[in-house]
Design a protein. Sequence first.
Length: 379
Amino acid sequence: MALVRAFFCILRGEGAVKEHLAEAVSAYGANVMLAYGGGSVKKNGIYDEVKSILEGAGKKVTDFSGIMSNPTYAKVQEGAKLAESEHIDFILAVGGGSVIDCCKIVAAQARTDKDLWEMEMKEHKFPTDVLPMGAIVTASGTGAEMNGGAVITNEEKVVKAGMADAAPRFAILDPACTMSVPRMQVISGAFDTLSHAMETYFGSSDEDNVSDDVALAVMRNTVVNMKRLMGNIDDIQARGNLMWDSAMAENGILKVGRVTDFQCHQMEHQMGAYTDCNHGQGLAVIHPAYYRHIVKDAEEKFAKFGREVFGVDTAEKAVEALADFIRECGLPTKMSELRSKAEITPELLRNVADTCNIIKTDPRELTHDEIYDILMECM
C-alpha cells in the first residue's frame, strides 16, 4: 500500500487557524478547494475566517460543500470532477472525519481515470499520485486527520468500507473551532476516540508492550475529559485535550508492534451501509455486547483495562464499567435509540451480519452468526 506524504505537521492550540493557516498553505499552488459539510462552518464564522486567510495568502478559493455524514462514493466522484475542472492545486478539508475522509479519496480520484473502488477493492492496488491536502478539524473523534485511510459508503454496492489514499500534509487542531458543535456530537466523537484506542489495545501484542501502556493512557485521558465535558460542555481545555486524544488514537503509535482488533468498527461500518445512524453512537451500542462475547478470550487484558481506565478489579467488571460509562454519557444503549431513518429490524441486522467484514485477529475470530447474535442483543 502506497500512501503519498511529502511531510506532515500538527498545528494545535487555541488560535491555531489564525496563527498558522497562511504559512501552512504557502507551499502549494494558487487554486484551493475549500471543502466542508452542511454549512455549519458558515453559521459559526469559521468559513469566513478561513476563506479570508486563504484569499489574503493569494489563493483562489473554490467551494466543495454538502459532504454528508457517512460520505458516499458518488460524492467523491463529484469532488474529483470539480477538482479537475477547476484545476485545483490543493484541497483544504474543514470539518470532522466525514469531510476529511471524503477529501482524501477526492485527492486521489482527481489524479487518475481509473475507478478507485474497483482498483482498491478488486485489484488491491493503491494510487501513488494524489493532490496535496490539509485539514482543519472542527469536530474531533475520528482521528481522520492523522492518516491516509478513509471510510466511504458505496451506496450502489451497499458497502461501507475503508479505502487508503491521501494523508493530509498538515492538520490544524484548534479547539475554538469545535465550540459550536452540539453536546451529543462532541460526546459521540469522543467515544469514537475511546473505541479506536480500545480496539487497538485488545488486538494481539507481546507482553508489556509500550503501545499497550500508551493506549491505556489515551483511554484514561479520554474518559477523564469526557467527564469534564459532561460537567461543562464549554470547557475549551477539555475539548482541546480530546482533540489530542483523537489524534493520538489514530496516528499509528498505538498500532506499533501489534495486530489490531477493529471488529466492532467493522460491525458499525456495515450498519452505516444500511442505516444513517451516527458512527460514535452506533459504537456505543455495540461495544458492550461485543465485549461480553469476547471477555473470556482476553481476560487479563480486560482486567488491566478495567484497573487502569475505570478503577475496577476484574475483566467482567471492566465491561460493565464501560456500559455504565456509556449510560452516564447519555449515549444510546440499544438500536432503537439510534434515530436512524431506516427501521432497524432483525432482517436488516441479518443483512448487516452476513455482509460484515470479519477481522482475523485476537481476541478471537467471530462468525457471521455470532455477529448477528451480538447485534440482536443490542435491540
